[in-house]
Design a protein around this ligand. Structure first.
Ligand code: AMP
Ligand code: TRP
Length: 336
């Protein structure tokens, strides 16, 4: 079967190095081999407190970043989740297949809801079901994501499996989507606290490299990144209890398109200062063109809007027949 790739990014703040290495860079590689759908998950962005006056611009920011990373909107689809009604409609149908017990286990919900679970939105709870709907609305088979989304992908498979069992005699009405989690940068950690992932929602901008950072900001953030006092090891096993070293070496390996072992054998025995110097140079040369391309795209919001409109029309045409078939499968009376 031919692979169909789907992924999405939430428009919640400036994209960072984790988003780029964990997701966007993979998207750009996959698009030369597969048909792809690249979605901006604005409905997901509403599940936590957000600023309604910024949502549209942050949506354009993700579209600009997609284009800056080289995603091709002619050969593939770039569109906004809320513009394709099938996502939310299918999510409702899948809410009726998903089980409370499955959602209860989602670690991201637990983390995001924190202590005030009772006050979390129903949207935050149902978030992984909407995510399953995003993917299954196109019968997509491969989903490039960072490590943090793996559990949600497992849930999407459980939902698809249950739907197939209940409504399709166990046949593959929905293919079971696979997570594609790749390489040494599938979980990029905070530069300030290597026990936490790099995140848009971290209060300290020093914890992350943003795709709009200038050369100086990149240098400053890496120079101040937390380290430990020991020299760098020359093998992966020795990174076990050294989260800061592992993070920075993982970044350097990803940016040099090397295996971690190869990077370690090159720089092992040295100190963090050499590692940081090389990392700064690599980051500056990788991010500068992205930063410029993002700024150029954002200077023409009307072009971004037109591109998203075209993407949404094409996405609607793909999702519509699958949604109809789904409605039929669950026994809903279709208007004829
Ligand atoms: P989000 O910003 O949460 O919408 O994430 C968009 C994509 O970036 C998803 O595929 C995430 O798994 C990925 N991602 C987010 N943070 C990180 C990180 N710190 N390391 C690697 N991938 C990440
Ligand atoms: N929840 C994902 C994230 O925060 C974004 C997302 C929404 C997604 N729908 C998706 C990712 C479908 C992959 C497939 O990173």
């Amino acid at each position: 079967m031919r692979s169909l790739v789907f992924s999405a990014v939430q428009p919640t703040g400036v994209l960072h190095l984790g988003n780029y290495l964990g997701a966007l860079k993979q998207f750009a590689q996959l698009q030369s081999l597969h048909d792809c759908l690249f979605c901006i998950a604005d409905l997901h962005a509403m599940t936590a407190p957000y600023d309604k006056n910024r949502l549209a611009d942050e949506t354009r920011m993700v579209a600009a970043a997609f284009l800056a990373c080289g995603l091709d909107p002619k050969r593939h689809l770039i569109f906004c989740q809320s513009a394709v009604g099938a996502h939310a409609e299918l999510a409702w149908i899948l809410n009726c297949s998903a089980r409370m017990g499955w959602l209860e286990r989602m670690t991201q919900f637990k983390e995001k809801a924190g202590k005030s679970r009772e006050r979390a939105s129903v949207g935050l709870y149902a978030y992984p079901v909407l995510m399953a709907a995003d993917i299954l609305a196109y019968r997509a088979t491969h989903v490039p994501v960072g490590e943090d989304q793996r559990q949600h992908l497992e849930l999407a498979r459980d939902i698809a499996r249950k739907f197939n069992a209940d409504f399709a005699n166990g046949e593959s009405f929905f293919p079971l989507p696979r997570a594609c989690v790749m390489g040494s940068a599938a979980r990029v950690m905070s530069l300030k606290d290597a026990s936490r992932k790099m995140s848009k929602s971290d209060l300290s901008p020093m914890s992350r490299i943003e795709l709009t950072d200038g050369d100086e900001a990149i240098a400053r953030k890496i120079q101040r990144a937390t380290t430990d006092p020991a020299p760098l090891p020359d093998n992966e096993a020795a990174l076990k209890n050294r989260p800061e070293a592992r993070n920075l070496i993982g970044l350097l390996a990803a940016l040099s398109s090397e295996e971690t072992e190869a990077t370690l054998s090159r720089i092992g025995g040295g100190g963090f200062s050499d590692l940081k110097a090389e990392l700064i140079a690599r980051l500056q040369s990788e991010i500068a063109p992205l930063r410029r391309a993002i700024a150029e795209r954002l200077a023409h919001p009307e072009q971004l809007d037109a591109l998203l409109k075209d993407g949404a029309e094409r996405a609607r045409a793909k999702a519509r027949p699958i949604l109809e078939e789904t409605k039929e499968a669950v026994g809903l009376l279709l208007p004829r």
